[in-house]
Design a protein around this ligand. Structure first.
Ligand SMILES: Nc1ncnc2c1ncn2[C@@H]1O[C@H](COP(=O)(O)OP(=O)(O)OP(=O)(O)O)[C@@H](O)[C@H]1O
Length: 633
């Protein structure tokens, strides 16, 4: 009956995905049904939303539902909905391409190892294409609401699909799975019912199956009249978030999470709240256990599902949470927003603003609670910590709360794992210590081994070791926690002034005695350094460079340069360790030319240790070679 059949090629990534689906997803095949029922429920939501402004779209059929039916002879299972349906363009776009940004990059990370890839693919979300886990051919008959023409899409999942115009009586979509020889179990009513109640009980529209009628029969002398066959709902069909918490099991919360998030893994935690009073809303928020593959893409889609008075309005409403909490999934159902609210309207809306404030508080509270379970919190932090680090810059009002949730590597632990919180750091502070010390470097090892930490280590003072790209940005916005200043050990004075009068007098004496040496360094290094000082922070290294109190740190300079911005020229303070034999040797050096060579070499060395690179590396190599030659004479 179909006319004008057209053949189309799948987008490369879809073809790759389909291959993976058929080869990797063998361990939990039944989830294909969850995905297809989830899509059908979304299609019902979309129709209801569109019908808000055009009730004619229902065409007398407003009872939205999904139906499962089997044809044992043909070996087919059909999932049929009367939702929004698809036009021919929709079909080609949605069932032939993947619209997510960064998809190609994602595929480039797959290893070819089926078990590993199936993990990744779960994170990606296979959706409709999961039909091919159990079917060797899939036929989709669909008619968009308000359209007369229906379309058929068909494919065996191998590179191509066809489309054709067809006749279809009602609006909506029928997905016909021609089951593989080995998957005939999905023709069994009991099996299907069990899967639906396991995964799709919370779907807000009924999932129906045909209940055969029974012929008139005699039982214990009585005549039981014949019954007619009818469609019967096999799920609860009440929107999960409208039920009371005590009626919802953890499993149901987890299944609902998978429906709203398209994640295949369980969530880490959730919070379900009904709020009444000035504002009326229900929120159901989830913290995922794994970051989605496109978490760090700039145009990554995120946000909550928005419902108004239980009617679905939009996906990915990002206005309800700040950017740094973009990993949160879930929904908000408001009684205060108008049903015709649009993305634009949400933007400057008072209701949105106060919901955003409330939900942000809620999520920070959830995280605070999660932090009490160290294992879970570590999982969370490893996935989303870097997003949370954007918080202090973005959300001034909650700075302190966010800071409490941050975790860092530190000299207290011999590990690069970020597990130390600021509260914990403060608890461990030394008597008389009133600052929180940190260092930002290119890598954990560079931070850990930095000469700047020498004195602090000697004094047994803990230092936070920061080495993520975002860290410099973070500390430029987080300068205080719990009344204690955060201080970079590479900048200005360390403020370790708990020196006794004796020690102070000793220091002053040392400075006075070594004035000529410091001046000699200053003269020979000239404009390359701002000042030459005796270091109070070194024990093992001969020298280091330090940024002035109000200068940009070298990490900040690097960050600006990486972003293609011109960073102001920074002249460092040069600190010398008078205890070091090299410096002591230099103090006795009579040959001015040699002193100059050594002094410059020490400066280059210190710069290299601090910045990881030199403006003029060949000059450094030349200095070193001259000295080596000199020494070998
Ligand atoms: N039953 C349906 N009725 C109407 N449209 C559908 C139906 N099933 C799928 N679609 C359309 O096809 C698109 C792709 O579906 P698919 O399941 O692959 O992805 P998704 O649901 O958007 O997200 P995910 O891949 O994360 O599950 C959907 O976004 C929707 O537009």
């Amino acid at each position: 009956m179909s006319v004008q059949q057209e053949t189309h090629g799948f987008q490369t990534e879809v073809a790759q995905l389909l291959k993976l689906v058929t080869h990797s997803l063998y361990s939990n095949k039944e989830i294909f049904l969850r995905e297809l029922v989830s899509n059908a429920a979304d299609a019902a939501d979309k129709l209801r939303y569109k019908a808000l402004s055009n009730a004619d779209l229902y065409q007398g059929d407003g009872e939205l539902r999904v139906r499962l039916s089997v044809d044992k002879d043909a070996g087919t299972l059909t999932i049929s909905d009367n939702g929004i349906g698809m036009t021919k363009d929709d079909v080609i776009n949605h069932l032939g391409t993947i619209a997510k940004s960064g998809t190609a990059e994602f595929f480039s990370h797959l290893s070819g190892d089926a078990a590993k890839d199936s993990q990744l693919i779960g994170q990606f979300g296979v959706g409709f294409y999961s039909a091919f886990i159990v079917a060797d051919k899939v036929t989709v008959n669909t008619r968009a609401a308000g359209e007369a023409q229906a379309v058929q899409w068909e494919s065996n999942g191998e590179g191509q699909f066809t489309t054709a115009e067809i006749e279809k009586a009602g609006r909506g979509t029928d997905i016909i799975l021609h089951l593989n020889e080995d998957e005939q179990e999905y023709l069994d009513d009991y099996r299907l019912k069990a899967i639906v109640s396991k995964y799709s009980d919370h779907i807000s529209i009924p999932v129906e199956m045909w209940q055969e009628g029974e012929a008139e029969r005699e039982q214990e002398g009585e005549t039981i009249p014949a019954t007619e066959g009818k469609w019967e709902s096999v799920n609860k069909a009440t929107a999960l978030w409208t039920q009371s918490k005590s009626d919802i099991s953890d499993e149901q919360y987890q299944e609902f999470y998978k429906h709203v998030s398209h994640d295949w893994e369980d969530a880490l935690s959730w919070s379900h709240n009904k709020v009444e009073g000035k504002q009326e809303y229900t929120s159901l928020l989830y913290i995922p256990a794994k970051a989605p593959f496109d978490m760090w893409n700039r145009d990554n889609k995120h946000g909550l599902k928005l419902y108004v008075q239980r009617v679905f309005i939009m996906d990915e409403a990002e206005q309800f949470l700040p950017q740094y909490l973009r990993f949160v999934k879930g929904l908000i159902d408001s009684n205060d927003l108008p049903l015709n609210v649009s993305r634009e309207l949400l933007q400057d809306n008072k209701v949105t603003q106060s919901l955003r404030t409330a939900l942000t508080k809620r999520v920070l509270g959830m995280l605070d609670k999660l932090a009490k379970d160290e294992d879970k919190y570590n999982t969370f932090w490893s996935q989303f910590g870097n997003a949370l680090k954007e918080g202090p810059a973005e959300d001034m009002a909650n700075k302190e709360k966010i800071a409490k949730l941050l975790r860092f590597a530190s000299t207290h632990n011999d590990s690069s794992a970020e597990t130390v919180g600021l509260t914990q750091y403060i608890e461990r502070m030394k008597e008389g210590q009133d600052k929180i010390y940190y260092i930002v470097a290119d890598s954990y090892n560079a931070a850990k081994n930095s000469p700047h930490l020498e004195l602090l280590k000697k004094k047994g003072i803990e230092t936070l070791l920061l080495s993520e790209r975002i860290d410099e940005w973070l500390v430029s916005h987080l300068t205080e926690f719990d009344g204690k200043q955060l201080v970079s050990v590479t900048k200005g004075d360390l403020g370790l002034d708990d020196l006794s009068d004796e020690e102070k007098a000793e220091q002053d004496k040392q400075a006075e005695e070594n004035k000529p040496l410091l001046e000699r360094f200053q003269t020979t290094l000239g404009a390359k350094v701002k000042e030459v000082k005796i270091s109070q922070r070194l024990t093992d290294s001969p020298a280091c460079i330090v940024a002035g109190e109000h200068d940009m740190s070298s990490q900040m300079v690097k960050m600006m340069e990486a972003m293609g911005q011109e960073a102001p020229e920074q002249t460092p303070v040069f600190e010398l360790n008078l205890e070091h034999p090299l410096v002591q040797k230099l103090a006795d050096e009579q040959d001015e030319a040699r002193f100059d060579q050594w002094a410059n070499l020490l400066l280059s060395q210190a710069t290299l240790a601090e910045r990881g690179s030199l403006k003029d590396p060949s000059e450094f190599v030349a200095q070193l070679n001259t000295l080596l030659l000199d020494l070998s004479k």
